[in-house]
Ligand binder design. Structure first.
Ligand SMILES: NC(=O)c1ccc[n+]([C@@H]2O[C@H](COP(=O)([O-])OP(=O)(O)OC[C@H]3O[C@@H](n4cnc5c(N)ncnc54)[C@H](O)[C@@H]3O)[C@@H](O)[C@H]2O)c1
Length: 148
């Protein structure tokens, strides 16, 4: 049986690399989208040489760039972000670009590809504003019977 295919944005970071590990252990093939701004491909070095993890260096806000990489993906785990709070006050534009435009880019790409569901686990830091945001997506116009 074909392995399900998932994508982890920010998969080279702390949280994302663990999500990748869990997905592979659960039998998924995983496409990682990461621009290596804070994450490192070495965090996934233990998957090198296996066919189950493909790392793509790209900015998640660049929908056109990432759409072809996501072909066949059923589930997206959106973890790419700039995480620290104090720098979000110092460099608000960078944080809006990564956390707001990045999320928009990921969602647009997921819609274009026909991804079934998007999970975003973010503590979004943008210009000093900290929001706890946990969403399990209905996408492409479909809603879950019950949300969490
Ligand atoms: N680490 C924690 O304990 C913790 C706890 C709760 C919530 N979170 C949230 O989880 C998310 C990830 O945190 P983390 O600790 O894994 O951070 P991290 O810096 O280790 O990982 C973030 C990853 O996203 C990548 N990235 C950033 N901007 C990108 C972009 N525009 N395009 C593609 N890739 C991009 C980085 O290169 C990195 O690999 C954040 O929203 C954070 O607030 C983290």
């Amino acid at each position: 049986m074909a392995r399900p295919k998932s994508s982890v944005t920010g998969g080279c970071g702390f949280i994302g690399s663990h999500v990748v590990d869990h997905l592979v252990a659960a039998g998924h093939d995983v496409v990682v989208i990461d621009n290596f701004s804070t994450g490192r491909p070495e965090n996934l070095a233990h998957h090198r040489g296996t066919p189950h993890v493909r790392v793509v260096q790209a900015d998640v806000a660049d929908t056109k760039r990432i759409v072809p990489e996501l072909a066949g993906v059923r589930w997206m785990f959106h973890v790419a972000a700039l995480a620290d709070i104090v720098p979000s006050i110092q460099y608000p534009e960078a944080y809006v670009r990564a956390n707001v435009m990045g999320t928009l880019g990921a969602l647009e790409a997921a819609r274009e590809v026909g991804v079934e569901a998007v999970q975003a686990q973010h503590q979004v830091a943008a210009a000093g504003l900290v929001l706890q945001c946990r969403s399990v997506g209905p996408l492409v116009g479909r809603r879950r019977a019950s949300g969490s």
